[in-house]
Design a protein around this ligand. Structure first.
Ligand SMILES: Nc1ncnc2c1ncn2[C@@H]1O[C@H](COP(=O)(O)OP(=O)(O)O)[C@@H](O)[C@H]1O
Ligand SMILES: [Mg+2]
Length: 324
C-alpha cells in the first residue's frame, strides 16, 4: 500500500513487539516506545492512521534519502528514520533511540531518555543557570539540525524543548558530553527546494510564532528555536505565569524580550560566550519575521563563534565537554 502523496510504500508487517516495550513518550497523536531490533535500540512512534500527518513521513523520508549512501554530517543532529511500517490501525515510525547511559551504578538496561525540556526543568527547579558553554553547544548543534532540515526543503513546525532529545554522557562527574537531536516532524512540511517556503500555520502555543500569519514556515521555526534557547539560557519558561492561550499577554512578553535581548547583545564586554549567545538570540527572538536571520545565517555565525579562541577550552570534537 502507498500512502497518497508520500511516494512511500509501507510494509504491512509488525517488526517490533510494542506490547512488551517500554513507553518513553506519549503525545496527543500517539505513543513512543523503546524497542530493540537485531541488538540495536530504536524509538518507535505509533500513530493512528487517521491522525498520521503525511508531512511527518515525507520529511523523515526526504532526510533519510539525503543521508543514505554516504554519511552526511549535517544530519547528525536530526532524527534518522530507520523504518516505517503499518498495520490495519497504525503507522509506525522507527528512528534512532537517543538516550544517555545509566546513572553511575545503574543497570545497563536503565538507559535514560531525556529531552531539553527536562534539562530546563532541572535548572529552573534548582535555581541554577545553565553554564553558558553548555547552552552554546546546544544552540550550535540545534542550528546545524535546523539548517540541515531547511536546506532539504523541509520545515519542522513544532520546534520546542520536548522535541530536542539529549544524549549526555560523562567522563567524570563534572565533565559531560552532550549531543542534541531534533525529533518529531509531526507538524512538518516539505516544499520544493529553491522555491519560496509556504506560509506558517498559526496555532496558539508557547513556542509557536506569534506572527505566524505574516511568516513562512522557516521563519517560524527560527522563532521557536530562539525561544527554546532563551528558555535554556534563562533556565526558565519565558512565559512563566501566562496561560498558553493568552495571546496578547504573550506578545507583550515577547516584545519585552526582544528589546531586552537587542540591548544586551550591544552592551557587555565583547569576546565572552554570554555575549555570543545574546547576539544569536537577538537575531532569532524578533517579533517581526522579516527581521529574523535564517537558520543558515545563524549557523554561520555560531560556527564562527565555535572556531574562536574562547571556545577552545570546551569544544573537543563534534560533541563537547562542558561542566554541569
Ligand atoms: N528518537 C527518540 N529518542 C529518544 N526519545 C524519543 C525519541 N523520539 C521520541 N522520544 C520521546 O518521546 C516523546 C514524544 O515523541 P514525539 O515524536 O515528540 O511525539 P509527539 O508527536 O507525541 O510529541 C519525546 O518528547 C521524547 O521524550
Ligand atoms: Mg513532540
Amino acid at each position: 500500500m502507498a500512502l497518497a502523496g508520500t511516494g512511500m510504500f509501507y510494509m504491512k508487517q509488525r517488526l517490533f513487539n510494542l506490547a512488551e516495550a517500554k513507553c518513553i513518550g506519549e503525545g496527543s497523536f500517539g505513543a513512543v516506545y523503546r524497542c530493540e531490533y537485531h541488538g540495536r535500540a530504536y524509538a518507535v512512534k505509533r500513530i493512528l492512521i487517521a491522525h498520521a500527518n503525511h508531512g511527518e513521513i515525507e520529511c523523515l523520508h526526504r532526510l533519510r534519502h539525503a543521508q543514505s549512501g554516504s554519511h552526511v554530517e549535517d544530519l547528525d543532529f536530526v532524527a534518522n528514520l530507520f523504518m516505517c511500517y503499518m498495520d490495519d490501525e497504525n503507522v509506525y515510525l522507527a528512528t534512532e533511540l537517543v538516550c544517555s547511559p545509566p546513572a553511575e551504578g545503574g543497570q545497563t538496561s536503565e538507559v535514560r531518555c531525556s529531552h531539553l525540556g527536562d534539562l530546563i526543568e532541572r535548572y529552573s527547579r534548582s535555581g541554577r543557570r545553565c553554564p553558558p558553554e553548555k547552552a552554546f553547544m546546544v544552540m550550535w548543534q540545534c542550528l546545524r539540525a535546523l539548517a540541515a532540515v531547511h536546506r532539504r526543503g523541509c520545515s519542522h513546525g513544532d520546534v520546542k524543548p520536548n522535541n530536542i532529545v539529549l544524549e549526555e554522557y560523562g567522563l567524570d562527574a563534572v565533565l559531560r558530553r552532550v549531543r542534541c537531536v531534533l525529533i518529531d516532524f509531526g507538524c512538518g512540511t516539505v516544499f520544493p527546494v529553491n522555491c519560496p517556503p509556504p506560509a506558517a500555520s498559526a496555532l496558539a502555543a508557547y513556542y509557536r510564532d506569534p506572527a505566524a500569519s505574516r511568516a513562512n514556515v522557516m521563519q517560524s521555526d527560527v522563532w521557536s528555536l530562539g525561544l527554546t534557547f532563551l528558555c535554556l539560557y534563562l533556565g526558565m519558561h519565558p512565559c512563566f505565569g501566562v496561560a498558553e492561550d493568552a495571546t496578547s499577554e504573550m506578545l507583550q512578553r515577547y516584545e519585552y524580550y526582544e528589546k531586552l535581548l537587542l540591548c544586551a547583545a550591544m552592551a557587555g564586554p565583547a569576546g565572552s560566550i554570554d555575549r555570543d549567545i545574546l547576539l544569536l538570540l537577538s537575531r532569532m527572538v524578533r517579533c517581526n519575521p522579516a527581521q529574523r536571520a535564517s537558520a543558515t545565517e545563524l549557523l554561520a555565525l555560531a560556527s564562527e563563534i565555535a572556531e574562536s579562541e574562547r571556545c577552545n577550552s570546551f569544544i573537543v570534537d563534534e560533541v563537547t565537554m562542558v561542566a554541569m
